[in-house]
Each structure stands twice: as structure tokens, then as C-alpha cells.
Write a protein that binds this ligand. Structure first.
Ligand code: HEM
Length: 497
């Protein structure tokens, strides 16, 4: 055993004290260091997605997509790229149960020859809101009430019922897909639309889909509740143990692709993350497959300190005019600087495996690695052969028109169509029954006026959906129907406190 400075330690069981009485001496530098470091072991947990689990693996290209993207890691069939993956729940704290009803985070880091590419998605193809300005409010309603420090059904349903665009994601969340069996048995999605551009500078809009090769498996609400008590870390255990015994989970990667012209003329805003693109119109195009085959050696170093950002792009992939995505591009590196420090990119798990050549210097915890100790000049332009940008990596420009203003989405009833289709056309009778009882079991703890407002949104999506929730809650179905026929503004007034 040594101290943190590598000096041999003679004894780790008895601190140095006077003999009678036993007063501890400050000269015991080993004991002082041991306690001082322990006092500083915790760093802030992630503000969302705090509970998670991760593993390493590789991505392999199985299909030629070079006509769509010039990304080097996608440039040839058979090409392999090292990866880190982190799965998570969203609303709970670092010690919360893995089986909570919640979306699951699906964060992928590709260590490519052109730097890190991160695909930071969820196990749902949609989201609750579509403008990032609402994200802090939404998350507050999923976390604890600031007064009682309890999860609060009033906050939860008040916000959602005042945010009707959430109805599609709410329906997914309260189906049994909201309680996946474990991380291995769920699909992953970019949810957002991204740009792919090829070597000629032609671009398309794409959405990623990662389909689990283990098959979808979900828990019922009762099973999830029981597991939260008997084995709260079961998803973490399931992932770790399956990799440990050589049963490596994998996911097949696809993209949906839309041309700029199709996007221009699409029947709703294709960048609206509350909606999916029909797979009949925009079929899944296979790209590759990733496999997880190595558990981390140290959870804190490699998973807790992992920093994913939807803004980590490689040439060939870029962002899109999705308002949620645009705000995420700011939020992730910002929180990393707070959670991990200015030089979070120098933590080994976050370091690019390709050359890093930046003029950013110094800062707390600089490891003298990328840039820090480089002899090259730390400014540009320079005439000493320093790092220089290369215009060959410019993504295609996109046409932007009109006024810069607070543009609200004006969508109306189209927001209810996909939730209604999910209920009416996709879910089986068994799924529907579970959906209704999962909703009723949760919203029954909210005030009745909020139950009415939210149930009217279920009714607007599909009359049978709303009627069954209303019956489950003992609400007056005629009143729900009348509320459903109102505008959102009228409904909010009619259900005010
Ligand atoms: C984590 C912000 C929407 C997926 C986080 C973190 C923040 C954040 C601050 C913590 C990151 C860290 O501490 O390392 C936001 C904001 C959003 C948003 C402001 C909306 C504007 C989304 C959406 C998705 C998503 C739509 C999925 C499509 C994730 C995932 C993580 C995460 C997977 C965990 C990453 C990890 O494993 O380290 N988000 N988020 N977020 N977010 Fe978001």
C-alpha cells in the first residue's frame, strides 16, 4: 500500500495518537490524506439520467451508406469502431430503482478516426416537449416537490395536461415500454432528426433506430414495482452479468432518411420531436450493428465520469433545425464543465482516440494532454505550423428565412393523431388494458380537476382511450367528452383551481 504520492504506508489500521489519553496527531499524513480524499469522493450527480450503467464494445458497418454520409466510421462495410454505451433512467437519483416508469437513456460514444461522435438518444422515438426552453420546467415536475421532497402526481400531471404535445410520449411511457425488462431488451432511437451529408455536399435528414437483437421484453407495472423492492439494481446487474458470462448484447442500427424536398413539403414539421416518421413512407435502412463485450474496470472512472454530448459530431453528420436539439447542443458541454470540470474531455473515457489539436489551454485539472503541453503556438492564425482549420469539413449550408422571434408551434389536432394511432392500431388488447391501469394507478393521486384535463387529452387522441381512463378514475365521461371538444385554452379555464 502507498499514499496517493506513492510513498509506502506502514500501517492502515491504527491512526497515530498520544498514548494516554488517545489524541490523534495531525502529523499522521496517511490518515489525514485518507480522510481528506474520502470527504471529497462525491461529485454532483447528473441533473437528469443520474442512475445508469454502461459498457464498452464496437460498432461494425454492415451496409454501404456512403451515398448519404461521408462519415469516416461509416465509410466501408466491415469497418469497426470502438464504442462506449451508457443506459440510464431519467428522473431518479443515482441510487434510484432501475425499474422505475421512465424513458431510458441510450447514449452511444463512437471513438472514430475523426474524433468522438456521440448519439445521445432514448428508448423512445419521441419526447414530451419540442422546445428546449420547457425542459427545466418539465424535469422539475418529474423530480421531487421542493416543499415535501416527495414525487408529486399533481406536478407531474398538471404540467403534462398543460402541455398537450406530450400526449404521444405519455402514451408510450404508460404502456409497458415505460418499464423495460432491462437495458438489453429495449430499442434505442435518436428521436431527433440529424443531417447526414455526403462527399459531394448533398444532404438528407435522418433519424437513427437501434433495434435490440435480444428482443423487446417489458415488465408489467406490478413486476416493476416488486423489482424496485427486491432488486433495485436489476438492469445494471442484468447488463453486467450477461457481458461477464460472454453473452454479449447487440443492437442493429438503421436510419430513416428524408430528402430536403420531402421535409419542405411534409404534412407536419418533420423536426418536431413529439412525432415519428411513418416507417411505411420512410423505411428503415440498415447501417450496422453494435455489440457490447467489455464491462468497465472502474465504474466511477469510466461510467460516472463519461460525458456524452449530442453536439459531438464528425464530418458527414450534423444537427438539424429541431429546437430541442439546438438547446441540447448548448446544455451538455455546459453541464459537463460544471459536473466534471473544464477539462472533462481529458478524462480518459472522454478522450478522443484520434489526434486532438486545439488552441484551448490550461484550466483546472489540465493533464497536459490534448493541446496543454503542445509546443505549437496557442493562437490562430500563426506562421509556426500550428493547428489550422480545414474548409473541406464545412457542412452544407441550410436555407434560413423570416424573422428571429419566439415562434410558437401552431399544430392543434395533429398532435393527437399519433397517440390515437398508437392506441387504436398498434397496441394489443393486453397492452391497452395495461396502459389504462398504469395511467389510472398514477393519475389517481392527482387532483380531480387535473385528472379531467388530462383525460380529455386521452379522449381527444382516441375516444375509447379517454373513456376507459375516465371509467377507471370514476370521472363523468360526458364531462370528459365536453372538455375534449374545447380548445386547450378553454379547457385550461374550465379546469382552473
Ligand atoms: C443527460 C439536458 C433532452 C437524452 C442530460 C443531462 C443534461 C441534459 C443536462 C446531464 C448530462 C451529464 O451530466 O452528463 C437536456 C436538455 C434537453 C434534453 C436541456 C432538452 C432541451 C433529451 C432528449 C434525449 C435526451 C430529447 C433523448 C432523445 C439524454 C441522455 C442522457 C441525458 C441519454 C444521459 C447521458 C449519459 O448517459 O451520460 N440531458 N436533455 N435528453 N440526456 Fe438529455
Amino acid at each position: 500500500m502507498t499514499t496517493n504520492q506513492g510513498n509506502p504506508v506502514d500501517n492502515d489500521q491504527a491512526s497515530i495518537t498520544t498514548e494516554k489519553p488517545t489524541m490523534t496527531l495531525l502529523s499522521d499524513v496517511h490518515t489525514v490524506e485518507k480522510l481528506a480524499h474520502f470527504d471529497r469522493e462525491r461529485i454532483p450527480e447528473r441533473v437528469v439520467h443520474a442512475k445508469g450503467s454502461g459498457a464498452f464494445g464496437y460498432f461494425e458497418v454492415t451496409h454501404d451508406v456512403t451515398k448519404y454520409t461521408c462519415a469516416d466510421f461509416l465509410s466501408a462495410v466491415g469497418k469497426k469502431t470502438d464504442m462506449l454505451v451508457r443506459f440510464s433512467t431519467v428522473g431518479g437519483e443515482r441510487g434510484s430503482a432501475d425499474s422505475a416508469r421512465d424513458p431510458r437513456g441510450f447514449a452511444l460514444k463512437f471513438y472514430t478516426n475523426q474524433g468522438n461522435y456521440d448519439m445521445v438518444g432514448n428508448n423512445t422515438p419521441t419526447f414530451f416537449i419540442r422546445d428546449g426552453i420547457k425542459f427545466p420546467d418539465f424535469i422539475h415536475t418529474q423530480k421531487r416537490n421542493p416543499i415535501t421532497n416527495l414525487k408529486d402526481a399533481n406536478m407531474f400531471w398538471d404540467f403534462l395536461s398543460l402541455t398537450p404535445e406530450s400526449i404521444h410520449q405519455v402514451t408510450i411511457l404508460f404502456s409497458d415500454r415505460g418499464t423495460p425488462y432491462g437495458y438489453r431488451n429495449m430499442h434505442g432511437y435518436s428521436s431527433h432528426t440529424y443531417m447526414w451529408y455526403n462527399a459531394k455536399g448533398e444532404y438528407h435528414w435522418i433519424k437513427w433506430h437501434f433495434r435490440t437483437d435480444q428482443g423487446i421484453k417489458n415488465l408489467t407495472d406490478a413486476e416493476a414495482t416488486e423489482l424496485a423492492g427486491t432488486d433495485p439494481d436489476y438492469a445494471t446487474r442484468d447488463l453486467h452479468e450477461s457481458i461477464e458470462k460472454g453473452d454479449f448484447p447487440s443492437w442493429t442500427a438503421y436510419v430513416q432518411i428524408m430528402t430536403p424536398e420531402q421535409a419542405e413539403n411534409f404534412r407536419f414539421d418533420p423536426f418536431d420531436i413529439t412525432k415519428v416518421w411513418s416507417q411505411k413512407e420512410y423505411p428503415l435502412i440498415p447501417v450496422g450493428k453494435f455489440t457490447l463485450n467489455r464491462n468497465p474496470d472502474d465504474y466511477f472512472a469510466e461510467i460516472e465520469q463519461a460525458a456524452f454530448s449530442p453536439g459531438n459530431f464528425v464530418p458527414g453528420i450534423s444537427s438539424s433545425p429541431d429546437k430541442m436539439l439546438q438547446i441540447r447542443l448548448f446544455s451538455y458541454p455546459d453541464t459537463h464543465r460544471h459536473r466534471l470540470g473544464t477539462n472533462f474531455h481529458q478524462i480518459p473515457v472522454n478522450m478522443a482516440k484520434s489526434e486532438v489539436n486545439t488552441n484551448q489551454r490550461d484550466g483546472a485539472m489540465n493533464m497536459g494532454m490534448p493541446g496543454g503541453a503542445s509546443p505549437a503556438p496557442n493562437y490562430y492564425p500563426n506562421s509556426f505550423n500550428g493547428a489550422a482549420p480545414d474548409a473541406a469539413f464545412t457542412p452544407p449550408p441550410i436555407d434560413v428565412q423570416g424573422l428571429a422571434a419566439r415562434h410558437e408551434y401552431v399544430t392543434g389536432d395533429v398532435d393527437f393523431v399519433q397517440a390515437g394511432d398508437l392506441y387504436g392500431r398498434v397496441l394489443s388488447d393486453y397492452d391497452k388494458t395495461n396502459l389504462i391501469s398504469n395511467i389510472v394507478g398514477h393519475i389517481k393521486n392527482a387532483q380531480q380537476r387535473i385528472q379531467y384535463r388530462q383525460t380529455a387529452l386521452f379522449y381527444k387522441s382516441h375516444p375509447e382511450y379517454g373513456t376507459r381512463v375516465a371509467e377507471g378514475l370514476g370521472l363523468d365521461v360526458e364531462k370528459v367528452k365536453a372538455l375534449a371538444a374545447m380548445t386547450q385554452e378553454e379547457r385550461v379555464k374550465a379546469t382552473a383551481q
